[in-house]
Design a binder for this molecule. Sequence first.
Ligand code: HEM
Length: 253
Amino acid sequence: MIVEYIRYRIPDERSAEFEEAYGTAARLLAQASQCVDYELSRCVDEPACYILRITWTSTKDHLEGFRGGELFPAFLAEIKPYVGMIEEMRHYAPTAVRGDGSSVPTLYEWLGGAEALERLTERFYETVLADELVGPLFAHMDPGHPRYVAMWLAEVFGGPARYTGERGGYPHMLGMHRNRAITETQRRRWVSLLADAADAAGLPDDPEFRAAFMGYIEWGTRLALTNSQPGVTPTEQAPMPHWGWGVAPPYQG
Ligand code: HEM
């Protein structure tokens, strides 16, 4: 991905028509398969200054795909009157320095941290062991298993990286699922028992949290099922998944 920055200096009397023109041009950006996202910002300290940021799938896709494509003539027609007011128009490659701040709580914080996850997994594995469909899979379960899975979930949801540091991270988890031949019926039961345990353990039940939480569980259990089939060769080394809120951030009143 590549980020294009275009800096404009627009006289005050033309700012309204400029923003309107970009509002129209943006609809063409929204249709472009080469465009990841875009944003036009106006300087607060010096209102004549605008910056348009466009993330492209690649420089080539921008210069050859978009500029050579069918959307470009209509895009250019909208913005042409302002081309002479451009002060900079260049592509920038993102560096490794990037990340999120803490304005939005992590799922780990929202659900109540390590203590809540341990409450959840304690409760969950009690019901798992008593279940006729999935119980047999866990017949020789390590007594620390509920705590280890709580550590795993903590790390996935934005808590401390203890599973990676103390328990062997992704490769260990993968190894524990290999050749277990989990069936779809067992996977479904596991998901259903976990959803019940989330209620019983008093995890937050707001729609945003539960959607994100169960989204991860759905994803994770499908991978566990696939990787548990005899004869498959799963990815041996994968980064620890880090799950966020997705499209519905927490409702904070
Ligand atoms: C989001 C989905 C899942 C997560 C996050 C998860 C997580 C884990 C982790 C972290 C371990 C290793 C614990 C350790 O360090 O010892 C493990 C082991 C295991 N998992 Fe899963 N798992 C998931 C889905 C499933 C499903 C769907 C099944 C079966 C229906 C399953 C069956 C097992 C079994 C049998 C073990 C070995 C337990 C033992 O003998 O100690 N897992 N799981």
